[in-house]
Design a protein around this ligand. Structure first.
Ligand SMILES: CC(C)(COP(=O)(O)OP(=O)(O)OC[C@H]1O[C@@H](n2cnc3c(N)ncnc32)[C@H](O)[C@@H]1OP(=O)(O)O)[C@@H](O)C(=O)NCCC(=O)NCCS
Length: 160
């Protein structure tokens, strides 16, 4: 897939390495207006934190990423960020990436996955709902801009 919607470039999903920091910062810059992960925090998340990050490439372009916190079991895994480059949206890439991430988390023995999403982010909420994520809590003024959030959870043992 490329921005023109051609099915030419091969899609590849792999785990991010420390060397991918520039790719991740470029994605973060292009995909989010506020509440961005800083370079310092991203470096820490890639190297030291209990976290795993996956990248989706279309040909040679890193088009999307998903970062998950992976605490000690039995705590749930938590998707901290997922983003697709603007010109690659609406082509099913987030769906492919999220499926791969949830399968990896299940293989790591997580039975629950949580995330937070802004009440105004309809596209993300639809994506999560399509995987069976359910709202478990409302989070007033959760975001930097004062927007409310929703905490959603999926039971991975129900299937992905
Ligand atoms: C949310 C986001 C990751 C979706 O990526 P994407 O690759 O476009 O998503 P997909 O093409 O896999 O679409 C999955 C579903 O999401 C919904 N969706 C995607 N784009 C949408 C849009 N613009 N409007 C409404 N729903 C949309 C649809 O229900 C879609 O299912 P469909 O293909 O059956 O219609 C992407 O829009 C993005 O990066 N947004 C900015 C970052 C962000 O908000 N991240 C989530 C919060 S951390």
């Amino acid at each position: 897939l490329n921005p023109a919607g051609d099915n030419l470039a091969a899609i590849h999903i792999r785990e991010a390495l420390s060397d991918d920091l520039p790719h991740l910062m470029a994605l973060e810059q292009r995909c989010f207006q506020g509440d961005r992960i800083s370079k310092r925090q991203m470096r820490y998340l890639l190297r030291k934190a209990k976290a795993r990050t996956w990248l989706l490439s279309c040909g040679s372009v890193v088009a999307a990423y998903c970062l998950c916190f992976t605490p000690a079991l039995p705590r749930p895994a938590r998707i901290y960020s997922i983003a697709v480059q603007p010109e690659y949206r609406g082509q099913g890439l987030a769906t492919k990436l999220l499926k791969a991430v949830l399968e990896n988390l299940f293989a790591m023995h997580y039975t629950r996955c949580r995330l937070e999403v802004s009440v105004g982010n309809q596209s993300a909420q639809k994506l999560y709902a399509s995987f069976g994520f359910r709202t478990i809590e409302k989070l007033p003024a959760y975001y930097q801009d004062g927007a409310d959030g929703l905490r959603m959870e999926k039971d991975l043992s129900e299937g992905i």
